[in-house]
Ligand binder design. Structure first.
Ligand SMILES: Cc1cc2nc3c(=O)[nH]c(=O)nc-3n(C[C@H](O)[C@H](O)[C@H](O)COP(=O)(O)OP(=O)(O)OC[C@H]3O[C@@H](n4cnc5c(N)ncnc54)[C@H](O)[C@@H]3O)c2cc1C
Length: 602
């Protein structure tokens, strides 16, 4: 205590003469390095107690359940933990955990020292003020799905929004300050810790309406909106960020502000795709709600080709078929091309009957049927539609034997804690390599289609490559494209017919836990394959850009890859609202002056 007061007195005494020198020349140590618990200037117990009081007792000392495993790897508790690490709800409810456990040679999940389990914007403001005044590393976590590890930081104070999940639908929402300028419209306001299943349950299952969000049910609403955000039906509705009408945020100065097109419009624009954890901490957001179409559906099947040559023809046929029949706002989601000469179709449609959707695919199925020795459709082909209202309806899906969700398997868990089967491979995973690239629609032109097919074939020799058609807006209605242009997302998204994603990794693992270690050598090899694979596509789209939240931790020239021509404006807004860089994330806007962990100014 005495030492700390002495230190404070010395710093205070030194401050005035030094202030005559140019900024930064004799910057006090605190401006260069944020404080860690080992530092004498780390806040005292009394100071933490004051923060705890200010947030109604919701200051938590954070423990990672992984620590128990590190201490006794053979214990039953450790075995149980590795089971639970396959459950996104278990992970999401633990302030010391993240949905991705790490990335080989990049980062490993580590808990903060303390977390403010925020219940409202005032709690967030108290945390922001405390971190700023004590020069602490601050981090914000919602759903915890960051692949880049941007929602965890050791030695930090965490703002944890999990308990901020109130949801309210209004028929006549007008953004604050927009009275008389904006017509009232239907909207949903969500606490920033809500995740998409909660949003869809409230808006679609219960209220028979639609809100554009993300695909994965457990992704957090605030993280996704700040990413730009794509859901299965984005080819029709556009990015999730385009539907943002208003956000309530706490900026680095600790002020609670509203951001919309009439109030703080620059900040509002930056929040729409400028990247999470960068401009402010969001406490709630309001999104546009639309009418619900009657039907949605999909096409799912796997074709296996009997030889490389047959596969090459299959890829060529599929991209031509895509251009002719699927390149429109009805069809989204994915096709996957693999080294084992398989084409996996996992696409969704909006607004078509079962008959219509089957008719669309028939020419492709006929083409396959003409060469039975070259192509086999694996059992389980399904093409059809269903009432859209029940897309996220757990009870309806169960009743109709749609085995699409995995459920929280803990005793007494809420039966509505579900996630798509297709997302289960990423729960608790460790990434080896992950890259993305927007593919311009010009590649679908007559004189490019062959090149595109050849590049996809070549890419698939190194690693599985997925085309996410709903994450490129070419083919979307003009309204969706215009709205996306008014966000911070890289404008290239508007000219892209798909986002190519290549990724590899392993199930739950953690360094230092025997039999559960990340497989480093295998991971590095896989990362090289991922890179080689994507380079085959990059040759066709060298300036393609990457989707900020589904991209390479080591993305070169990330500023332009993630935001393209929008980066310069984002950098200005960052300087205006957070000149000292309180909000830091790896490869975020304004992250350049900081060390990779956000602790030291370079
Ligand atoms: C399994 C899986 C599936 C995915 N599917 C999709 C998909 O279909 N479509 C798509 O577009 N993306 C998808 N993503 C990417 C996902 O949208 C982003 O990673 C998103 O940022 C995650 O948000 P979160 O709140 O869950 O994660 P977090 O890790 O909690 O947050 C992500 C970033 O946002 C910041 N942040 C979170 N909450 C706040 C807040 N209240 N205020 C300020 N900053 C905040 C964090 O600091 C962090 O930097 C997927 C990711 C995973 C792991």
């Amino acid at each position: 205590m005495l030492r700390r007061s002495l230190l404070k007195a010395l710093v205070a005494g030194a401050a005035s003469p030094l202030s005559r020198w140019p900024r930064g020349m004799f910057a006090p140590a605190s401006a260069k390095n944020r404080i860690r618990p080992s530092d004498p200037a780390w806040p005292s117990k009394d100071e933490w107690k004051r923060l705890s009081d200010a947030v109604g007792g919701n200051l938590i000392s954070v423990e990672s359940p992984i620590n128990a495993c590190l201490a006794s790897p053979e214990s039953d508790a450790c075995k149980e933990l590795f089971g639970n690490l396959k459950n996104p709800y278990y992970i999401g409810e633990s302030p010391g955990m993240t949905q991705t456990l790490g990335w080989v040679d990049a980062w490993t999940t580590k808990p903060s020292v303390y977390a403010v389990a925020a219940r409202n914007a005032a709690d967030i403001a108290a945390a922001v003020d405390f971190a700023r005044n004590h020069n602490l590393r601050l981090v914000v976590k919602g759903g915890g799905h960051s692949y880049q590890g941007t929602s965890n930081a050791p030695d930090s104070l965490l703002i944890w929004t999990r308990h901020l999940h109130d949801i309210a639908i209004e028929n006549d929402f007008v953004p604050q300050g927009c009275q008389g300028r904006h017509a009232p419209q239907k909207a949903v306001t969500l606490g920033s810790g809500a995740f998409w299943y909660q949003a869809y349950d409230a808006v679609t299952t219960k209220a028979a309406a639609y809100v554009q969000g993300g695909g994965c049910t457990t992704v957090g609403v605030a993280g996704l909106i700040q990413s730009g955000g794509f859901g299965s039906f984005s080819k029709h509705y556009g990015t999730a960020a385009s539907g943002l009408l208003e956000a309530e945020v706490v900026t680095a100065d600790g002020k609670i502000r509203v951001a919309n097109t009439c109030t703080n419009p620059d900040l509002f624009w930056a929040l729409k795709g400028g990247g999470g954890g960068t401009f402010a901490a969001i406490s709630k957001l309001t999104l546009r709600v639309r009418d619900l179409p009657e039907l949605a559906g999909g096409a799912g099947f796997t074709v296996k080709a009997s030889s490389d040559d047959a596969y090459r023809r299959l890829v060529r046929q599929f991209v031509g078929f895509y251009r002719e029949s699927l390149f429109n706002d009805h069809w989204g989601e994915q096709a996957r091309f693999s080294a084992d000469n398989k084409l996996d179709i996992g696409m969704v449609h909006l607004g078509l009957t079962t008959e219509e959707s089957r008719k669309i695919w028939q020419p492709f199925l006929d083409w396959l049927a003409q060469s039975p020795s070259a192509y086999t459709i694996e059992p389980g082909l399904i093409i059809g539609s269903m009432p859209f209202r029940h897309w996220w309806d757990v009870d309806w899906r169960k009743e109709h034997h749609h085995d699409v969700f995995k459920s929280d398997f803990r005793p007494n868990a809420n039966t509505y804690n579900v996630w798509w089967n297709g997302d289960s491979g990423q729960v608790g995973w460790v990434i080896w390599g992950f890259e993305s690239l927007w593919l311009p629609a010009a590649l679908l032109a007559d004189d490019s289609l062959e090149k595109l097919a050849n590049a996809l074939f070549a890419a698939s020799r190194s690693s599985d490559v997925e085309l996410h058609f709903n994450k490129g807006l070419a083919g979307a209605p003009a309204e969706a494209i215009t709205a996306a242009k008014d966000t911070a997302t890289n404008p290239l998204v508007c000219d892209a017919f798909a986002l190519a994603i290549v990724a590899d990794g392993q199930g739950p693992a953690y360094p230092g836990i025997p039999n559960h270690e990340p497989r480093i050598a295998e991971g590095r090899k896989a990362a090289n394959s991922v890179h080689r694979c994507m380079n085959a596509l990059r040759a066709l789209a060298p300036q393609g850009g990457a989707y900020v939240s589904e991209s390479n931790y080591f993305e070169p020239d990330f500023q332009h890859s993630f935001w393209g021509s929008n980066h310069a404006r984002l950098a200005e807004i960052k300087k205006k609202y957070d000149p000292d860089g309180l909000f830091f994330v790896h490869n975020g806007v304004g992250s350049e002056p900081w060390s990779h962990d956000g602790f030291s100014k370079l």
